[in-house]
Design a protein around this ligand. Structure first.
Ligand code: BEZ
Ligand code: FE2
Length: 404
């Protein structure tokens, strides 16, 4: 048994003071240090630096590790030029991204307090790194391919990758999962088969959806900048699906949709009624010129995620939260800060079906300790100060073991 004490603890009921947490691999009890010390006399006591706040480990629901080599290769500013640059540089970027580079990015995430992430994997290259990193990984095996001619081959490869992620050592903390690349890039037959795999195995399911205006225009009317892209690379002038058909394919299984920036209120309402949720990637959306997701109007739950280094400048979750504060400049800042912290802890865990994300008895003992530069003058502003003053966390625990 260990007991950790901090000036403040972020719990589902808000920040509490003068408390400590007793834990093994899971959280055993929350109470005053005096009471816990008396009860668990053999426990190791962990004191955190002055002005520290104990958080549950943070969760980055959506990241593409295999694009970690990108710094300036991919064009930012508009989705169309970005997609063209992905096709042009994909092989070079993948070739330059080895296990050491991906492990470095897992460590960077860990230093920002991320104890769980959702890895969107196109080829399965990240599996070894995801097995080795101490973090929990929801390993999203991504299916991509709009051309029916290659459907069997692509599906066979997808099945192999799903099986590989299912046979990981339980100690690697991998949860096998399924991802659909996007409506424009996945043939409806493949899509339905992949949804069935997720449903049959009760795996988390994710899909990029309505990220850009260009995607919307293509799906709605076979027009816009995607037209030249599909003519050039896929020799086709018609989309494989429509917005409605794509949404309906997920009707029977709750899905975590990335982006949805260009979804209408009616589409968002439909997704909400079907029990879906959104991975909101504010910097990625801004960098690729996709627009702003109006989170102030969202009824459905959402997480906040970095996306990959293919559309970002870091995988630091606090960088992402600060960007969200700037992007959503009309939402009252204290309220937004609280909402963002919930989005990267309790809400993210619930959406991915994981027993973490909350400091609550019975949850995994995954923690991130952040340390403020001084005692907060107004404690009701703790959420904002935590976001603004944290570049790196001071301690990280996963399943009770310390890693930072
Ligand atoms: C496709 O297979 O249709 C596709 C792949 C990557 C980007 C866009 C489309
Ligand atoms: Fe993504």
């Amino acid at each position: 048994m260990k007991i950790i004490h901090a000036d403040f603890i972020y719990t589902p009921d808000g920040f509490i003071k003068n408390s400590a947490v007793a834990f093994t691999g899971t959280i055993e009890e929350i109470g005053t240090l005096e009471v816990l010390e008396t009860k668990y006399t053999e426990a190791e006591i962990i004191y955190t630096p002055a002005h520290s706040v104990l958080f549950p480990g943070l969760i980055n629901t959506h990241v593409h590790l295999e694009f970690s080599a990108n710094k300036t290769s991919l064009a930012y500013g508009s989705f169309n030029s970005w997609l063209d640059s992905v096709i042009e540089h994909r092989d070079d970027l993948m070739g330059a991204c080895d296990n050491a580079m991906m492990m470095h990015e897992c460590e960077e995430m860990m230093r920002s307090g991320i104890t769980t992430f959702g890895a969107i994997s196109s080829f399965g290259n990240e599996l070894e790194v995801c097995e080795k990193t101490p973090q929990r990984v929801v390993f999203f095996n991504e299916l991509i391919g709009s051309n029916a001619m290659y459907a069997d081959m692509l599906y066979g490869d997808f099945e192999d990758r799903v099986r590989a992620s299912q046979s990981c050592d339980p100690g690697s903390r991998i949860t096998p999962a399924v991802a659909i690349h996007a409506p424009y890039s996945v043939h409806p037959i493949l899509l339905q088969k992949a949804v069935n795999v997720a449903k049959k195995n009760q795996m988390p399911l994710s899909a990029h959806f309505l990220e850009s205006q260009e995607e919307r225009e293509w799906l709605e009317s076979n027009e816009g900048t995607f037209k030249a892209f599909f003519r050039k690379y896929f020799n086709t002038s018609t989309s494989v699906t429509t917005i409605e058909e794509f949404m309906h394919a997920f009707d029977t299984y709750p899905t975590h949709f990335a982006h949805c920036v260009q979804a209408t209120p009616e589409e968002l309402d439909y997704l909400h009624r079907k029990g879906h949720s959104i991975a909101h990637c504010p910097r990625s959306n801004r960098y690729l010129g996709c627009g702003r997701l109006a989170i102030e109007d969202l009824a459905l739950p959402f997480s906040v995620a970095t996306d990959g280094l293919s559309s970002n400048d870091s995988l630091n979750i606090f960088d992402e939260l600060r960007a969200a504060i700037m992007l959503h400049n009309d939402i009252p800042i204290q309220e937004l800060s609280l909402q963002l912290l919930r989005a990267v802890t309790a809400d993210a865990a619930e959406l991915l079906g994981l027993n973490c994300g909350k400091i609550e008895v019975g949850r995994f003992a995954d923690f991130a300790v952040i340390t403020l530069p001084e005692a907060p003058v107004r404690e009701e502003e703790l959420a904002l100060w935590s976001i603004l003053h944290t570049k790196k966390v001071s301690q990280v625990y996963i399943e009770g073991e310390q890693y930072v």
